[in-house]
Design a binder for this molecule. Structure first.
Ligand code: URA
Length: 264
């Protein structure tokens, strides 16, 4: 049994997961099967804790702490927001510059194959979980080109929180940006605080308008402005902190509050 009183020590499986070796559960399996050593001693005990000076190896290979990376990309259409794809389609990781590809990144949540816009990318699982969990409440803002001319009245159902396929949605704000009578289409700006599968498309389908094009223009305080399609940039420490702060807030979506969530 090692010293567990020091508050700077963390459990071995958590340390391995934070280094990107494996998920916490898989790290426990590695420990239990005797594949992990600390200071050249094989450890199979689950409560074992490690500190900064310990030398940790998995199957003899030295494990070092992976530095955390945080990016935002303007995802183009026809790209999968996943690390790999069963159908061999191009993923958002495939289109990253080579030096960034090595960092074992994954997307924070998903955008549909045919949706473009803001997508965060990281190698920090805790950051991802804080931002995509059902209770994160982070605002996602979309520009939606739909078929047909929509009226303000039709959009009021979004504000009340509609029920789709038996699932109650949180209230969403929506406003008409423009209507194109010649081409029989409308451009809508919509803000959601959750991210259910195909949510925007299903909301519009429920009011009898199909989505032609969907672009996410904002995720929390991160806006698309200045980022060309396919372009990626690192988030600043200030932006990372602001996003985590937003995720922690218990928010109710109100028109006069929306601006407060932007950080400059
Ligand atoms: N809603 C959708 O329908 N698709 C997306 O990609 C994002 C939100």
């Amino acid at each position: 049994m090692n010293n567990q009183n020091n508050s700077n020590r963390i459990r071995l499986q958590k340390y391995l997961a934070s280094c990107g070796v494996a998920s916490r559960r898989k790290a426990e399996e590695l420990i239990a099967s005797g594949q992990v050593s600390v200071n050249n001693e094989v450890i199979t005990e689950m409560g074992y804790t490690v500190g900064a000076k310990d030398v940790i190896k998995v199957n003899g290979k030295l494990i070092t702490k992976e530095s955390k990376k945080y990016y935002v990309i303007n995802k183009p259409r026809n790209i999968i927001s996943a690390v790999t794809d069963d159908l061999n389609r191009t993923t958002v990781i495939d289109i990253l510059p080579n030096e960034i590809k090595q960092e074992r990144l994954f997307p924070v949540g998903r955008l549909d194959y045919d949706t473009k816009g803001i997508l965060l990318i990281t190698n920090d699982g805790d950051f991802m979980n804080a931002l995509v969990g059902p209770r994160s409440g982070i605002e996602k803002e979309y520009l939606v080109r739909i078929n047909g001319i929509v009226t303000k009245k039709e959009l009021t159902v979004f504000e009340k929180g509609m029920t789709i396929k038996g699932k109650k949605l949180l209230p969403a704000l929506a406003e008409i940006e423009s209507v194109d009578r010649k081409n029989n289409s409308s451009l809508i700006r919509i803000i959601l605080t959750e991210g259910k599968y195909h949510q925007v498309k299903e909301m519009f389908a429920a009011i009898n308008h199909s989505v032609k094009r969907l672009t996410r223009v904002r995720f929390g305080c991160i806006e698309i402005n200045g980022l060309k399609e396919g372009q990626i940039r690192e988030l600043s420490p200030h932006e990372i902190k602001a996003l985590i702060g937003l995720a922690k807030k218990d928010k109710i979506l109100k028109k006069d509050k929306v601006e407060n969530y932007r950080v400059y």
